[in-house]
Design a protein around this ligand. Structure first.
Ligand SMILES: *[C@@H]1O[C@H](CO)[C@@H](O)[C@H](O)[C@H]1NC(C)=O
Ligand SMILES: *[C@@H]1O[C@H](CO)[C@@H](O)[C@H](O)[C@H]1NC(C)=O
Ligand SMILES: *[C@@H]1O[C@H](CO)[C@@H](O)[C@H](O)[C@H]1NC(C)=O
Ligand SMILES: *[C@@H]1O[C@H](CO)[C@@H](O)[C@H](O)[C@H]1NC(C)=O
Ligand SMILES: *[C@@H]1O[C@H](CO)[C@@H](O)[C@H](O)[C@H]1NC(C)=O
Length: 570
């Protein structure tokens, strides 16, 4: 009896293995067991629901925004102790949702986001009963002058601000050795895929919250990888727009030259709908003026397409620039996806490279002081980051009230005075091993834009722009042509890092799961400035192709859910 059962089991397992590898090559890591299953929302299946599905259900009177808020709050209560995605719940969230429901009953539906709950990273300002603190106690109780432009736009679109998402404190500007996803106010954010490792950051809470279905979508910010990294590590779609497409006004800054408000969502369409709601010119951020004449009339969602679009498309594969650094297992899984893309009729040309990639990024992973390591601080990203932060944080703080924190000097002093909670000195707090060395380095510049600053800024910006533009150009029968995009492994930090310095856009979509850690990783597409329409087009085509072979974004498996290690290893 036992022996028979044993043979039967082997047979069954072999059958399953066969089915997975042969029919659905990309599905082997898709989640099937869920330790924390999500309840339906008044008979609506909210788990993995798209924004369109929520909208349709609300349109048919089967769901209300108040119910959506209730269900996401229940989900947050269920998951918060594990993943810590939300730093603060909006005390007004029910009132706002009720207003949107009332409007809908009167026939007013503002936008595809009407009634949809979202979070924003805690460095994105909202003038309401929420705080805006970049995760630091230093800014608790401060009053911002107005909503950040992106928050204002989402409110106008009818979306419902659910709360502030956890993050790496000060978006990682403060320390060079730190626990990704940790802030003094918010604690350690943990990814539902593996709670013991780096959850992705610095937009950590948005990433893990959307991935665990604790919220519909989230806004993050990226200076150098901070949207694309959490998207990639939580099997999400992440869009980091061209610097200047989304206003940074009202956002706690790092650098005016690289900061970009981006999106974390579960599908390309969800992300495109959000992008359409938030991009645009804002008089308070003059970088947004550059988008005039560069954005498509009618927005980006019109570029959503299906796998048929891949027929005849030509992509570039910057092998030596990025792919060689991908982990073997990830590289193999991604190349399976590249083969699938080819089978849909696309051409993928190996070997187009970022001009001078060797001097632009480190061969050893993320390092924004690579220029200085090479012996040229006047060619290093960190050189102008430190100066920009010193100046930009001062401008930001000049507009907030009810706080004594007016400058970087004040923040540094606060961290010293509260070293136990804010890790003001090395070794004082496990999450901030190097104390506040990032802040001290910025402080030392006093914000002076000297010759070295301008050389470094000019070098990194122009070289990275030129590098991407060169790599996007290829010779087709003697004619210079543009690739549909560069396909990159986004978890190879050098890829988003070159786009960051260029101020160019990137999109990431779910692509696989690391066998050892259980952490997802994505496929990225890079484009030139204002290339978001292309990114939406090709990401949606590839997403549709994945679904056509049975691949869905992998679901969290809650590995290591009883562990509370701090710091999390990088
Ligand atoms: C924005 O305004 C500042 C100060 O007025 C100026 O220094 C900067 O060059 C402007 N930037 C752009 C992109 O227009
Ligand atoms: C791309 O070309 C390099 C040689 O430059 C080679 O080592 C690599 O295997 C190629 N990758 C693919 C996916 O063909
Ligand atoms: C940086 O300084 C070195 C001299 O130390 C010089 O050769 C180089 O051209 C400078 N780089 C830029 C971008 O100005
Ligand atoms: C390039 O030239 C070859 C040979 O002349 C031809 O078969 C092919 O269709 C051309 N490709 C394009 C994209 O024009
Ligand atoms: C989480 O990831 C780490 C790092 O890869 C791995 O060693 C560990 O086994 C994973 N945890 C579980 C429970 O799988």
């Amino acid at each position: 009896m036992f022996v028979q059962f044993f043979f039967w089991l082997i047979f069954l397992l072999a059958g399953l293995a066969f089915a997975e590898t042969s029919l659905f090559p990309l599905q082997e890591h898709a989640g099937t067991e869920d330790l924390f299953p999500m309840d339906d929302c008044s008979s609506f299946k909210l788990h993995e629901a798209t924004i369109d599905e929520m909208q349709t259900a609300m349109g048919h009177g089967k769901l209300t925004s108040v119910q959506l808020v209730t269900c996401y709050l229940v989900r947050t209560y269920q998951t918060q102790e594990y993943i810590n995605s939300v730093l603060q719940v909006n005390p007004d969230v029910f009132a706002i949702a009720a207003e949107r429901d009332a409007e809908r009953r009167q026939g007013k539906v503002r936008n595809p986001l009407h009634g949809i709950p979202f979070t924003v990273k805690d460095n994105i300002g909202s003038k309401d009963n929420l705080d805006t603190t970049a995760g630091s106690w230093a800014l608790l109780g401060n009053i911002v002058p107005r909503d950040a432009h992106v928050v204002k736009r989402l409110r106008e679109a009818g979306a419902v601000l659910f709360g502030k998402a956890g993050l790496s404190e000060w978006a990682d500007m403060r320390s060079n050795d730190y626990s990704e996803g940790y802030s003094a106010r918010g604690g350690q954010v943990r990814s539902a895929y593996n709670l013991t490792v780096n959850p992705g950051g610095s937009s950590s809470g948005g990433g893990v919250g959307v991935a665990a279905n604790a919220i519909a979508f989230s806004l993050g910010t990226e200076t150098d990888g901070s949207v694309i990294n959490p998207a990639s590590r939580n099997a999400l779609v992440g869009i980091k727009p061209t610097v200047g497409l989304t206003s940074r006004a009202g956002v706690i800054p790092e650098s005016e030259h690289q900061d970009s408000v981006g999106i974390l969502a579960r599908t390309v369409k969800d992300a495109a709908l959000v992008l359409d709601a938030i991009y645009g010119v804002d008089e308070r951020d003059n970088y947004t003026l550059a988008q005039v004449g560069k954005t498509p009339a009618g927005g980006y969602a019109q570029f959503l397409t299906d796998k048929a679009a891949l027929q005849g498309a030509v992509f570039g594969l910057p092998w030596k620039s990025f792919w060689v650094y991908a982990d073997e297992d990830q590289q193999a899984q991604l190349l399976d996806l590249i083969d699938l893309i080819k089978s849909a009729g696309a051409t993928v040309l190996n070997g187009t490279e970022i001009t001078d990639y060797q001097i632009l990024v480190s061969p050893d992973g993320w390092n924004w002081d690579w220029g200085a390591v090479r012996g040229f601080p006047n060619e290093s990203e960190y050189t102008y980051m430190k100066v920009d932060f010193y100046n930009n944080i001062k401008s930001y703080l000049a507009e907030v009230s009810n706080t004594n924190i007016r400058s970087l000097e004040d923040i540094v002093q606060y961290n010293l005075d509260n070293a136990g909670s804010e890790g003001g000195v090395p070794g004082a707090h496990p999450a901030f091993a190097s104390g506040q060395d990032g802040f001290l380095a910025a402080l030392a510049t006093k914000g002076v834009r000297d010759e070295t600053y301008w050389q470094a800024l000019g070098f990194c910006q122009s070289k990275c722009r030129r590098g991407i533009d060169d790599a996007l150009t290829y010779n087709r029968n003697g004619t210079k042509t543009k690739f549909a995009g560069l396909l990159v492994p986004p978890q190879v930090a050098q890829a988003p890092q070159i786009a960051a310095q260029a101020g160019y856009p990137v999109i990431a979509i779910p692509a696989g799961v690391d066998a050892e850690s259980g952490m997802p990783f994505g496929l990225g597409i890079m484009q030139t400035a204002w290339g978001e329409a292309e990114l939406v087009r090709w990401a949606s085509a590839i997403e549709d192709l994945q679904r056509s072979v049975g691949y869905e974004r992998p679901l969290p498996r809650w590995r290591g859910y009883l562990q509370r290690n701090l710091p999390v290893p990088y």
